[in-house]
Design a protein around this ligand. Structure first.
Ligand SMILES: *Cc1c(COP(=O)(O)O)cnc(C)c1O
Length: 219
């Protein structure tokens, strides 16, 4: 199957999941995760009308996205991987959305850089819903207080929450927990669901899904 067919298939699965969940058509944004694929492999997705992309590494993204963004206006690039504070300046310069704010130090670094560069990015807090030691993200119990701190002390506007459920578990309870925390913290957006579970995520209220291999193929 060609990339364009796979992309259309994912789009129609999202539309069907929206209908089944009684949600408005187009209420779920598709973030096409292009990590490990180079500019030539990403261009067909842009030609097919895709404008929102996700990458998990700052340095890898710097090798392809300045060029791709210059070619096509209206690209929205999401950082969905862990961020080190020494990469904050580069991340703020290149990305439009950072989904992985998960500790005070990085929140400070991003706030400082946005001020310095005169840029305002959309920000999400990443939640480690499975409390996995190897995974980034703030603990569920600390999420509401952390969102408050980002808003009140750092002046950041946090628009959403993001999670990556444990690979071997049923994702539903993790999506439900993220939705509950978002309500408690007063944030609107929910970034959840990947190739294997994005339709489930739509049923649980995802406002964006991050889909890589189902569009670009195996990595
Ligand atoms: C790679 C990645 C995805 C996409 O995963 P697929 O299983 O290829 O769809 C989604 N979210 C994050 C944070 C990722 O790193």
């Amino acid at each position: 199957m060609e990339l364009q067919e796979r992309l259309n298939e994912v789009r129609s699965h999202i539309a069907a999941a929206e209908r089944r969940a009684g949600r408005a058509a187009g209420s779920v944004q598709l973030v096409a995760v292009s990590k490990t694929f180079d500019a030539d492999q990403i261009r067909p997705a842009i030609s097919a009308g895709q404008r929102v992309f996700g990458e998990n590494r700052v340095q890898e993204s710097q090798g392809k996205w300045p060029e791709l963004k210059a070619e096509t206006p209206g690209i929205e690039l999401h950082l969905i991987g862990p961020l080190q504070s020494n990469k904050a300046a580069d991340a703020v310069a290149l990305f439009d959305v950072i989904e992985t704010i998960d500790r005070e130090k990085i929140a400070h670094a991003i706030a400082d850089e946005m001020k310095r560069q005169g840029k305002s990015l959309q920000l999400y807090v990443q939640v480690n819903t499975g409390l996995e030691p190897q995974k980034a993200g703030i603990a569920p119990d600390d999420t509401v207080a952390f969102v408050d701190l980002c808003r009140k002390e750092l002046g950041l506007s946090i628009e959403g929450l993001m999670c990556i459920p444990p690979a071997e578990e049923n994702p539903g309870p993790h999506f439900a927990l993220l939705a509950k925390l978002a309500k408690q913290a007063g944030v609107e957006k929910l970034s959840m669901g990947m190739s294997s579970d994005y339709e489930t995520a739509v049923a649980f209220g995802a406002t964006s899904v991050r889909v890589g291999s189902a569009i670009f193929g195996a990595r």
